[in-house]
Design a protein around this ligand. Structure first.
Ligand code: NAD
Ligand code: DAU
Length: 340
């Protein structure tokens, strides 16, 4: 019997990479294709353990390359598409918005055209809570699937645009789609430009940790493995055309997150350096995941154990992140921050 084929875009990145590993080990009956351009944020070192698995195939393609994407879809006739590939860092979208439009908007449209032309069972578009804009500090307010989209950064505007295209391909062409909107993820293979791995790696190197503004902005943290379980569920059980919010009610100020990591590592809070705030910095994100819970999802990690395990993972996998810190990332850091 032919195996069903699952195309995962962005499977060399943080969340896509965790999802590829989850799918390859859980579903030997599927052939998992990892399509990735291997930008600064993607690497295949993380897939050493699965690279020779019978049910794993890697293809290096730019999702915005229409010809290459079309010919891959025509040749492989995918059953499922799970779309993670994106430019994902808000700060980079403030300095270079154009690549966000190309990859996140145009790339998504190419994939939608390819899926439409070749017939698929499901297209899962992995989006973000940032499309809803920001909440104020009233702890009783949450983003639901009905919250209007009010993106504030070029990154979230590009993600919202892609969400609208996905919705339109469902409404206009009947493409079987779902959109997931998750809160901030953390866990293994998180690229060290993002707050949690940046803090862990810098504290371990006794370097100052840049906290934007007063550190009181709030994010709602979810372990990446719980996000992967949510996407697996939506891919198989999601009702076509529906949006599902993903989040585990783990709201923390940025300062609390940084202090927790410093404490776990037994270092001094003198490492904290308050720096100029991010432009357009969203105050607070907080997800109401009721709709996804009704589909059968619940998170398996709480923040305290999740962050402790993540810190341990970074201690055990120094080679992976040190390689990144010693590469092109150095130039990014010195351009982005005024501290050393
Ligand atoms: P990431 O930056 O770690 O990985 C992105 C991956 O996409 C990389 O492997 C990169 O090489 C690949 N890629 C980039 N441009 C490409 C292109 N043109 N063609 C093919 N591949 C390309 O991102 P992440 O944090 O893993 O996020 C994955 C998805 O999840 C994104 O769509 C993001 O918007 C969404 N999301 C992220 C979070 C989070 O907290 N990180 C939360 C909610 C949603
Ligand atoms: O909410 C989901 C989103 O979470 C995803 O869609 C994005 O792809 C992902 O990058 C993440 O966006 P954030 O901007 O929330 O993540 P980041 O790690 O960049 O920042 C988290 C918070 O920490 C934010 O309030 C800004 C702050 N921060 C960040 C950095 C990099 C600092 O204070 N200092 C820093 O150096």
């Amino acid at each position: 019997m032919n195996k069903e084929k699952v195309l995962v875009t962005g499977g060399a990145g943080f969340i896509g990479g965790n999802f590829v590993q989850h799918m390859v080990s859980k579903y030997p009956e599927y052939q998992i294709f990892n399509l990735d351009l291997l930008t600064y944020a993607g690497d295949l070192v993380k897939h050493k353990e699965i690279e020779n698995a019978d049910n794993y195939t890697f293809v290096k393609i730019d999702i915005a390359d229409r010809e290459a994407v079309m010919s891959l879809f025509k040749a492989e006739k995918f059953d499922y598409v799970v779309h993670f590939a994106a430019e994902s860092h808000v700060d980079r979208s403030i300095t270079h918005p154009e690549i966000f439009v190309k990859t996140n908007v145009m790339g998504t449209q190419v994939l939608l055209d390819a899926a439409k032309a070749n017939g698929i069972k499901k297209f899962v578009h992995v989006s973000t809570d940032e499309v809803y804009g920001e909440l104020d500090f009233d702890p009783t307010t949450f983003f639901t699937e009905e919250t209007p989209l009010q993106p504030n950064s070029p990154y979230s505007a590009s993600k919202a645009s892609s969400d609208f295209l996905v919705r339109a391909y469902h409404e206009t062409f009947g493409l079987p789609v779902n959109i997931t909107r998750c809160s901030n993820n953390y866990g293994p293979y998180h690229f060290p430009e993002k707050l949690i791995p940046l803090t862990i790696s810098r504290v371990l190197n006794e370097q100052k940790v840049p906290v934007y503004g007063d550190g009181k902005n709030i994010r709602d943290w979810l372990h990446v493995k719980d996000h992967c379980l949510a996407i697996d569920l939506v891919m198989h059980e999601g009702i076509n055309g529906e949006v599902y919010n993903v989040g585990g009610h783990n709201e923390k100020t940025n300062l609390e997150v940084v202090q927790t990591i410093i404490k776990e590592l037994g270092k001094s809070e003198e490492l904290i350096e308050f720096v100029t705030d991010r432009l357009g910095h969203d105050k607070r994100y907080a997800i109401d995941p009721t709709k996804l819970q009704a589909l059968g999802w619940k998170p398996t990690y709480n923040f305290d154990t999740g962050i402790a395990q993540t810190i341990q993972w970074y201690l055990d996998n120094k080679e992976w992140w040190e390689q990144i810190l010693n590469g092109e990332y150095r130039n990014y850091f010195s351009d982005q921050y005024s501290i050393k």
